[in-house]
Design a protein around this ligand. Sequence first.
Ligand SMILES: [Zn+2]
Length: 269
Amino acid sequence: MLTPTPPVLCYHRIGGPLELGVTRVGRSTFARQMTALARAGWRTLTLEQFVQRADVPSCNEFLLTFDDGYASLAEHAYPVLADLGFTATTFLITDYVGKANTWDVRYTWNRLKHLSWSQIEQWRARGLEFASHGATHRRLTWLDDAAIETELRGSRETLTTRLGPIAGRAVAYPFGAVNPRVLGIAQRAGYELGFGGVRGGEGGNPLQLPRVPVYCWDVGAVPFGLRDDGIGVLGRTVAHVANRCAVGTTIMQNFTRRSAPLPESVAGV
Ligand SMILES: [Zn+2]
């Protein structure tokens, strides 16, 4: 696959309770952004189309992705997409499908639910795609080889068993954290596409593709990741910095794994 690839937007949670973190985007903001993009002629791509378009760049097409697979997507995001004829790829934390988000620092009063397998199957039948975000959302670059293998291979196996071989095609590395060791293990595990941070890897490696996260401050009609003006460049830089700052979240996660959940904490990603 050659570069440049079409732009990739990454949302996390849409709607639902407010949080102390930065990754929640309100339902009305999301609906406004998607509607504005559709009216401006933008179209979303399937993963297969995304791979094909990498060699033949075309305008006004993007890959829409969601990380973490929160249950609120089925309520607040997917119906908006269905109305507009848009598709998306959702990266699931496979050990937490149908469960509460105890893998994360607690940014909300109550724990949040993840999509269940039946919801996932229902929306897959309507044209949405699902892929891997690891088995337990651990920062892969801080793990030894065996643990990385368990995360990547384990989640891929779960997905292909439940949803078929297509679901084993892509991975979004938790926190966008990736290094040559992780890339090698992802490749050996059978992934074809991997999504990292805002900047992506050297030489257009298909296992380290760039994505632009949409954070809570990205409320304009066209998210920063799809703007090629100065505001878009600035917004992507801010997103890059916020993504790097997410290291704080990982430290908190490691801490809370060993102790009782903390009530609230610093903003993270
Ligand atoms: Zn995530």
